[in-house]
Each structure stands twice: as C-alpha cells, then as structure tokens.
Design a protein around this ligand. Structure first.
Ligand code: FES
Length: 127
C-alpha cells in the first residue's frame, strides 16, 4: 500500500480508535464544531476527586479528527482537571507524531471539546 500523508500512530488511532462512544452518566459533556470544516466532536468525561477517570468521544469528523479524539481521550484519563484544561491541540498533535498541516485543525476539535466538557462540569458544580 502506498504511504499516505498520515504516520503509523495516526493510522493506528484512525483504524482502531480508542474510547469511541458515550458515557451515559457523564459528569462533563462538551461539544465542539470546527469553523474550518464544520465537523463536530462530542466528548464525555467521568470525573471523581477532581480527576478524569474515564473519557469517550464521538465525532462526525474526518480520519484525523477520529485519531485526535482517540489520542486525546487516552491522554485525558488520570489527569486532574487542571492538567486537562491545560492540554492543547499541540499536545495531541505531538502525541500523534504530527498531522499534515491541512489537517492540524482537526486536532483543535479535541481541544475545544475538552474545554467545553470541563466548563460544563464546573458550571454544573457551581464553581
Ligand atoms: Fe473536519 Fe478534519 S476535516 S475535522
């Protein structure tokens, strides 16, 4: 097979994405839409003692968005909320070993969804 623009890590997370789905009793839910392409991602967080104990995502997005959601949810597990809110799309890109420049915006979907989910949780808690 000819080598495409995506590296093996990206292909692995695209072909075999981790943490796809919903968390029914999620503590935080965040939705993000890309202004670049109009694709969407929804992220679900389970939070206990200020830590993310589970994370799942769904996306109507491209392969790079699927890989970004998969990697981001893996990275989120075990993080404190403070650590998670500092996570940027750069961190996701680095963990994926990079995306082609035209696809970097897809990782922003993951960052935006994480922020929205944390915000939702904090609002719900009233803090
Ligand atoms: Fe829309 Fe990748 S092209 S998320």
């Amino acid at each position: 097979m000819a080598k495409g623009p995506f590296n093996d890590t990206v292909m692995n997370h695209f072909m075999n994405p981790r943490n796809v789905g919903e968390i029914e009793d999620a503590d935080g839910v965040g939705e993000a839409g890309s202004p670049v392409c109009g694709d969407m991602m929804t992220l679900y967080l389970k939070i206990a003692d200020n830590k993310i104990v589970d994370a799942k995502f769904k996306t109507f997005g491209c392969g790079a968005a699927i890989a970004s959601g998969s990697m981001a949810t893996e990275m989120l597990k075990g993080k404190t909320l403070e650590e998670a809110s500092r996570m940027t799309n750069r961190d996701v890109l680095d963990a994926l070993g990079g995306l082609p420049p035209a696809k970097e915006h897809c990782s922003v979907l993951a960052e935006d969804a994480v922020r929205a989910a944390i915000e939702y949780y904090q609002k719900k808690k009233g803090s």
